[in-house]
Design a protein around this ligand. Structure first.
Ligand SMILES: [Mg+2]
Length: 312
């Protein structure tokens, strides 16, 4: 019997932009598949799946929450060998939240701006290779984190990095791609109040404070930066990354260390393993999961060991 797949496409993800096209030419980089239009890319996915004799049902998302709903219905139907997310990290996050308590595996066709998930799990960059990987069907169970009952697979952020997602415009993103987040961060850095974030770790009563908190489940942050080089998505722990020095000169020096792959040299930075982080009440801080804003503090983050089945 032919294998059947459910493909969930975010057609707004990873659109081409004049700046990105120019950057690719300047860097002499081969344009990746996600610079194509969504319809061209979806046709390529269909062709490759049919080449393997597979059948496919396609759903296009039009608003936030669609991908979770389609993924949940697909998993409940029991008809599919896998649910395939075709979009960026936000689309992948929505899909995992739809299949999380089922044994239906996640397949991914990278089609976003940063594609942190695909980089973190060393997934192929081209459509044919990504489909071939899905058809091969090698799966594993990985950990996921959660905050406010929302699961995340790559990272969560509390404070400034979540705030800039709320201030970020899609038109800027369509022109500058991932750099649009840096532009937005610079624009809002001087007006952001940076109220301290209060937190406790693993049920202990000691309250710590910091300026910015990032929780990693994989080693990458912001596309290609190894913020938690030793993070494992299958060790049963979250990697907490705490920033205490937000002076502009420290940030610039830290950016250099991050780009050079030496986060341990960053000023006012510490990283540790934990299973639970409670963010206390006080000044409210925005929270994102995989770059999707999901609420505010107070909140508690948990690790869920080997809860998600993925194709890798
Ligand atoms: Mg881990």
């Amino acid at each position: 019997m032919a294998m059947s797949f459910c493909l969930i496409v975010n057609p707004a993800a990873g659109r081409s932009s004049p700046w990105r096209n120019w950057a690719n030419r300047w860097l002499r980089r081969q344009p990746r598949h996600y610079y194509q239009t969504a319809s061209t890319a979806v046709s390529a996915v269909i062709d490759r799946l049919r080449y393997h004799g597979a059948t496919i049902d396609i759903h296009y998302t039009t608003q936030s929450g669609d991908a979770t709903r389609y993924a949940q219905l697909a998993a409940e139907s029991g008809r599919y060998a896998a649910v395939i997310a075709m979009g960026g990290d936000g689309t992948i996050n929505e899909v995992i939240n739809g299949i999380i308590d089922t044994d239906v595996p996640l397949g991914v066709i990278p089609f976003g701006t940063a594609n942190v998930y695909c980089s973190a799990f060393h997934l192929p960059n081209t459509i044919n290779d990504a489909v071939d990987r899905i058809i091969a069907g090698k799966t594993t169970h990985i950990d996921v984190g959660s905050i406010h009952n929302r699961y995340f697979v790559c990272m969560a952020g509390i404070g400034f990095d979540a705030y800039i997602i709320t201030r970020h415009s899609s038109s800027l993103k369509s022109y500058f791609g991932g750099f649009s987040y840096l532009i937005t961060a610079l624009r809002h850095y001087f007006s952001y109040p940076f109220h301290p974030i209060s937190y406790c770790v693993d049920g202990r009563s000691t309250v710590h404070k910091c300026a910015l908190f990032i929780i990693s489940n994989t080693h990458l942050y912001g596309g290609r930066f190894a913020l938690s080089p030793n993070a494992s998505p299958s060790d049963g722990y979250l990697n907490a990354c705490v920033f205490n020095d937000i002076r502009i000169m420290s940030i610039l020096k830290n950016a250099k260390h991050l780009v050079c792959g030496q986060p341990q040299k960053m000023i006012g930075f510490k990283s540790f393993l934990c299973k639970e982080i409670e963010f206390k009440s006080g000044p409210s801080h925005t929270i994102h999961c995989d770059a999707e804003v999901i609420g505010h503090t107070p909140a508690t983050a948990h690790i869920h060991s080997k809860k998600l089945r993925i194709i890798h």
